[in-house]
Write a protein of this length. Sequence first.
Length: 611
Amino acid sequence: MKRLKSVSLQKKLLFIMIFLYFPLPILGWIWYERTYQVIENNAVDSSIQMVNQVNQHLETYFTEVQRTMLPMLASDLTGAFLNNQDDDPIKRYELSYRIEKELFAKIVMNRQDIQGISLISDRIKATSSSSFMLAEQRYSFYLKRLKSPGKFRIMGFEGTPSTRVVAMAMKFNPPQSTMKQGMLIVDLKRDEMVHIIQQVQLGRTGFVWVADSANQVIYHPQDDHLSQVVPANYLKEMGSKQSGTFTMNTDQGKKLVVFIRSDRTDLTLISEVLLSELNQSIVTVSRISIVVLVLLFLLSMLAASGVVYSITKSLVKLLQLMKSAEMGDFTAKAPSEGGGHEIGSLYRGFNKMVEEIKRLIEIVHVSELREKELEVKQKESLLHAMQAQINPHFLYNTLEFINSNAIVEGNEKISNMIVSLGDMFRYNVQNPNGGVFLADELQHIEAYLAIQSERYPTFTYRIDVDRATAASIPAVRSTLQPIVENCFKHGYERHKLRPGAIRIAGSIVDDNRFVLEITDTGHGMPPETMERYNTVFLQNETDAASRFSPQPGSLSIGLHNVHSRLRMLFGEPYGLYIAASDENGTTIQLVLPLQAQSKEDKNDELPHLAG
């Protein structure tokens, strides 16, 4: 073993080639004899598979035609035609004209392969896009061949040789129980079916032809040499089998015949091809491959030394370059066009590897710089946050100073407004992402309403909500204020009315929902505006965002933002709904989820702002 390892690669390859030289012809002959039969069997299997593919394509094609007709069967016009017991020719013509215009014309226009469509009632009255008289004539003959309703069946050829079509028929019972049985006939042009069949090429002279369930030939590439029905000797060989193969002796030689009977289309596909055509090319290729293999073997013996030398030289060069890269020299580069195709790929791969290593080192260096830059920015953000905390404290102290002076001066109105304003500001500057409860929102809006009541002597408000219940109901921060502001802006100010009254009431409506109603006494919105908003509110969030577009003079986008925030946090069916809006005022419902836990149990999750 040690002596074998010391032998050069060139000598090893030469030894292997000499060892294979003698058994190669014997093995080649055995391989030829054994594989000849296997190749012939594979050729037969390939012929069967191609016929199967043609059958599948035809089944798919006829299934698509059937699906095209299904909507017409459920049409009201179809039902009216089948139920029509009136013999008035004018009424019948009007109904037939509508069916041809509204049903037949659309299908025939979209499907160029459909020659005509006919609809016949059980009274043998027909309407057709081609000829209703021909349809009525075919009714009795087709009815005998149709076994069960609701399934199309191929009837075979119809018409003259110049306008030959493949007819499909189906008797059906419409879904409405009052309708009678009818029959639908679809005349298909043969071109599409012929196009599907002609896509398959079997040998040099092989072909595929088709017959219907009555053994009538629908298509044959040699129409002049074949009768209108399947030959008796073919039927005898096929028997009652669904598919199979058999051979027949002809003047040209032994012919392979493959047949398949389709349960879905009632068609029989038959392919014919000479066995010599299936095997001739394969045998020729096999013989050529043996000769080429021997020649290549001999040539390889002559070229082995040169190839081995070239490979070993290139590998040694690549090994030296890899050692240089291992020592940290990333400037080492292999010849871009050196060596053969594989060696050249190795050289290019080595060059790409070295370049990628250099790029990754640069990326690591840049990442370290960005990491340090990020640390600086984080410190700057921390500094800005500390400054932002100082400003609210300054404002609180200023408001407290103004409040103290108002109390000293005896101006309770200013004092009350300053206290309410401070509560509102304190609520708004807290963590915007933190959770709140409904009681927090009510306390916040109460401060807002208190300021408005001081501004407008005519304004009153009332909050009829159990605060203990509200303290356990989750809410979204700053959802009530946009709704109440809309009451002032659109209910009163827009109509130049003095603010009247706003009432906020809430109750539990079922096990999952708490409904809060905000009602004002101003003038409401137009019915179409209310309907447009409710439509948006009832949609899912994606559709609502894409369709919402506030018009000039309509409600502001604030309501939609409130609704979107509620939907994003709680999902359906929570959100906003405009319950009423007219000249006497507007009522907006805010639907929130119930929560079993009390607010005091969730102090670690939500800030306590309600009391």
